[in-house]
Design a protein around this ligand. Sequence first.
Ligand code: SF4
Length: 277
Amino acid sequence: MVDNEQPLSKIEMKTSEKSVRGTAEWAVATVDCCSGCPHGCRYCYARYDLVERRRLLTAEQWQICNISEEDVARRHPLYAGQVMFPTNHDIMPENLAACRTVILNLLRVGNRVLVVSKPHLSCIEELCRDLQPYRDRLLFRFTITARNAGILHFWEPQAPDYAERKACLELAFRQGFATSVSVEPMLDSGDVVAMVDELLPFVSHSIWLGRMNKIAERVRCETPEMQAELARIEREQDDGHINTLYRQLQDIPVIRWKESIKTLVGLQLAAEPGLDV
Ligand code: SF4
């Protein structure tokens, strides 16, 4: 899952009247089947929204992946474009069966599905096997925010490490699925060019780059260590650094820039939801 503007309900339709940002850049609808996520990302918008803003879950409840059987069983229509799953949780061994059911429910009625995850290898092995028949309508997007183990562990303490996420990307690519990467938020901007270079051979669709958004609102800053990390992130994603990064990567065809970077460098914003461009 990603640091996007997240939906407020289990299924959200994106309308073109809204500005096309966050998940709307990728999908016309978003679908979830759980609440809570043990990955523990410190910048997580879903946690901020459900625990702090709307107080629908306690901090303890957020750490557990609660499956909604009603959402798993839901029959979906054929949406008007690409559907993203999940947005408010991730796919992990404890909810894999439920997630696979939802993805299959979406695919069986003809949808194009974007599966976004900080991927566990055991889960992706199983999904690649079971979703083979629908390969032409499925796009994997793996969130790989840094290579540095210390940075990843600090920001995403329970999520798979870089090697495991890269292995998932390579596996899906070799199995013939369309593959993409989300580097949002960029946790180690100075290493992004080298990381892109390393991941490119296994990317058939796109690599999305985005900043950490609304830091003051969403990220709790309770320790000197966190203060220092936030200062580093803010410095590395300031306009000057982003402009430099843009110049370095702009000629790579699969590179895509999230809305806030498009605005900064003068690129045209997406005209409607779900175009994934
Ligand atoms: S993986 Fe889980 S904790 Fe991390 S951003 Fe996604 S939903 Fe939030």
